[in-house]
Design a protein around this ligand. Sequence first.
Ligand code: HEM
Length: 180
Amino acid sequence: MYGIVNKAVKGLILENYGESTWEKVKDHSGVDIDVFLSNEPYDDAITYKLAISASEVLGTPLSDVLNAFGEYWILRTGMENYGSLMEAGGDSLREFLVNLPNFHSRVMLMFPNLEPPEFRVSDIESDSVHVHYYSHRPALAEFVRGLLHGLAKMFKTEVEIKLLESREDGHEHEVFKVSW
Ligand code: HEM
């Protein structure tokens, strides 16, 4: 994944736990890189190692780390660095989610070698929508849940998020029901 992702993992830990905890997370992960370049691609294994190490060093379940990272990605990385792109996604949570399938095509203009996830939406109601998440990468469903919570906070909307189907349960992809 592009370095911006690892940079955000580092930012999340630095801002919440400080420099010494980041050093511990990095050492424990075995990743010997301190400065990540946003526009350079890195092996996915680096991102996974950092997230697993953060969970072990902090004594927090990996799912909580991934959830926190999803929120951070929207509220800090997205809103602070790519505000106009985030705003172009829609004027409400519902509109943003309905437009989500096209979102990473705009991101690809900045990151041409992106291997983006794929999103589809179905069951579009006035107060809920089903978000389908497809990826060749494993075990990121809780990251997606965190992203959805981050979007809800961005739009100051109270949400309930239910994972209806997942690859862990033998389905082909994840399906979240987002209700507000
Ligand atoms: C300005 C906002 C955003 C930027 C710049 C961005 C950029 C990226 C980048 C660079 C990656 C790593 C993939 C790679 O390097 O091949 C990524 C992955 C990912 N993005 Fe985005 N993204 C943004 C917003 C979103 C939003 C709004 C969602 C969904 C709510 C989302 C969902 C994901 C997921 C789930 C992945 C993990 C990759 C996978 O599942 O295969 N992103 N994105």
